[in-house]
Design a protein around this ligand. Sequence first.
Ligand code: ES4
Ligand code: ZN
Length: 319
Amino acid sequence: MQLPKAELHLHIEGTLEPELAFELAARNAVVLPHSTTEELRRAYLFEDLQSFLDLYYALMAVLCTEDDFDRLADAYLARAAAQGVRHAEIFFDPQAHTARGVGIGTVIEGLARALDRSEERHGISTQLIMCFLRDQSAESALETLEAAKPYLHRIAAVGLDSAEVGHPPSKFREVYEAAAALGLRRVAHAGEEGPPAYIWEALDILGVERVDHGLRSMEDPELVKRLVRDRVPLTLCPLSNVRLRAIDVLEEHPLRDMMDAGLLVTVNSDDPAYFGGYVGDTFHAVHEALGLGQEQLRELARNSFLAAFLDHDEKRRQA
Ligand code: ES4
Ligand code: ZN
């Protein structure tokens, strides 16, 4: 039996499995830089975040129609359900699609089709988190927020992702102020490759409720105190950290130390098609590599509901 859990750090574009990529490439007459699924999988050897992002953005060329986004999300939800996921808060990257001429409405309406069937078909409740690409300008992020206005009822929160170093959260102060004024909740990737100072900025300048990754928090004891005091959830992605070489091997992941320090951490799959597993696989891997026992795995599953954007009663029922 899989533990019931919530997934809070999942890029829907990062769930594009090679088989679906080739199927959609054929349908949309898009030429991929690899000729077979095996050859493509062999390209999944990354040096760092940027080397992954290059492939991640290149493969998105196959996502063109509402139906493609529906297929992508439905395939993720089916896999997630099989691994015990009951609630998923799903990131998407509108700028990666609008830059290719795919409208934001196509992306959101396509994803929404799959999400609207999710409870009935997969037993998973869902929310959408619209991410801004931090290696693009703040103006581009503001334009994206403006373009999303007809779809705000579909969007729970905004996030910040893509290449981190050199693009501190403070670059997006205005964008986050505008998002908050529209009633959107706020999260941001911080401390994946970037320093603890970026996590402070995400908290104090962007006003985030949750930090995505926060892997490097432990380098700053004052930051840990703050995160513990305010019960700020950190959505860790251990398999991602290994594949993108933020850490050498899973055995060296700080997850256990972070739990011992009193941090509210969750484990998530990030880009599961690329990083070697979905969230149930991730639970299994940290059990094996870090020797986390059943009690700690249950704590991680409970944390995932506590950290979710569910209402209070729903959280208590699930956790
Ligand atoms: C991402 Cl692992 C990671 N980090 C930052 N941005 C991303 N977008 C998709 N995956
Ligand atoms: Zn991520």
